[in-house]
Design a protein around this ligand. Structure first.
Ligand SMILES: Cc1ncc(COP(=O)(O)O)c(C=O)c1O
Length: 391
């Protein structure tokens, strides 16, 4: 059978390149699954043996495990991370008439969620070194209608949450963390997802903790948010009552099989993050002396999950094309800042120069727990050559 086409950004075991070298995959997801193959197989057997496909013990188990991992009282599984953001906003009472502050440099789902609940996104710029929103950005974006902020722990690096939460607290704003890329990351020793009233996670397969399909969750310490989120994601069901719909909801449940796969992979998350950190260290050292490739800085106080390793380069299209010829898979996160996306222009106000410049320069290098030192060196050598040619 021919190999089926693969999802962009996910694993490959492609053929050799013209130079006779094995390509360096953007993320070797198959290697992660090989490590937990027996547990994944057992999860499949158990869930299918009990037909616990929607709800049931595997969902409850993963929700308890993820709440405990994040140090929060409640976790509610969702169908994906986008729904987790939408339902977090709705459960927290955000809706029409509210403004929600979001960074321009994020995946579009952050903004989509604000519009999905009928609120208005207010874009901020980001810091030039970390490319993250700060408390100062939030303070500058406030209006009498501001009701909430969504800090995004982008590339795996947590926002400086003490400063941001202090601004939010002073102004009575809800903090809804977008922790889709930051499983296990910390700010000043505290886990991403443990700061806001509620936090949303994605378990898309390419995330640090990924399901074998779409999956997501919210975590919170607030019982009423958890109860509302569970109800909204399950057709507005009243707790414990069948076919009684206390509110208008949707169908956004994390299924039992994905929950069981996530439980099988969760014990490896910290070790995989440590392996990613080691790979980031190889890149940092190898790129120190390379003019023209500037890694996004990790702030003191942040422990990144190293979801992505992002460098800034001037002539990105040429550099990326040359890397592709050398068998190095790369990504761009993200090529158009959200406020300049055609469908979102109504909500753009001022220019956001840092996010706009970054969008033209960012290049994500291969990253993952199984990237080895030889591959990291090959990537850096190829990048150095590519930058030299593009000059
Ligand atoms: C920062 C960010 N927010 C939200 C999402 C949405 O998650 P999902 O793809 O599971 O809907 C993602 C993942 O793609 C993301 O990276």
């Amino acid at each position: 059978m021919n190999a089926p086409p693969r999802t962009p950004d996910l694993a490959t075991h492609a053929d050799e390149t013209a130079r006779g070298e094995r390509p360096v995959a953007f993320l070797d997801i198959a290697a992660m699954h090989e490590e937990v193959r027996d547990d994944l197989d057992a999860a499949w057997r158990e869930v299918t043996a009990h037909s616990a496909f929607v709800g049931g013990p595997w969902l409850e188990r993963f929700e308890a495990e993820w709440a405990a991992y994040c140090g929060r009282a409640y976790c509610v599984g969702m169908a994906n991370g986008t729904d987790a953001l939408i339902i977090a906003l709705r459960a927290a009472g955000i809706g029409p008439g509210d403004e929600v502050v979001v960074p321009a440099n994020t995946f579009i789902a952050t903004v989509e969620a604000v519009l999905a609940v009928g609120a208005r996104p207010v874009f901020t710029d980001v810091a030039p070194d970390t490319l993250l929103m700060t408390g100062a950005h939030l303070a500058a974006a406030l209006t009498p209608s501001t009701a909430a902020v969504i800090p995004v722990h982008l590339y795996g690096q947590p926002v400086a949450m003490d400063e941001l939460c202090a601004v939010a607290r002073r102004h009575g704003l809800l903090v809804i963390e977008d922790a889709a890329q930051a499983h296990g990351a910390t700010w000043e020793g505290r886990l991403a997802g443990s700061f806001g009233e509620v936090a949303a996670f994605s378990f898309y397969p390419g995330k640090n903790l990924g399901a074998l399909g779409d999956a997501g969750a919210i975590v919170t310490d607030d019982a009423s948010i958890a109860e509302a989120a569970r109800s909204i994601g399950n057709h507005g069901a009243a707790p414990g009552l069948r076919y009684v719909h206390a509110r208008v909801g949707v169908n956004s449940r994390l299924d039992g099989l994905q929950a069981a796969f996530l439980s099988a992979k969760l014990p490896r998350l910290d070790a995989w993050n440590a392996q990613r950190a080691r790979a980031a260290g190889w890149y940092d050292r190898a790129l120190e002396g390379v003019p023209g490739a500037t890694p996004v800085r990790i702030a003191e106080g942040a422990r990144s999950s190293h979801h992505l390793y992002v460098v800034r380069v001037a002539d990105r299209a040429a550099v990326q094309a040359q890397l592709a010829r050398d068998g190095i898979e790369t990504g761009i996160h993200y090529p158009i800042p959200c406020h300049l996306q055609e469908s979102y222009r109504d909500f753009a106000t001022d220019r956001l120069p840092v996010a706009e410049l970054a969008a033209s320069q960012v290049l994500s290098l291969p990253m993952g727990p199984h990237l080895d030192e030889t591959q990291a060196q090959r990537v850096c050598d190829a990048l150095t050559r590519a930058i030299g040619r593009a000059d």
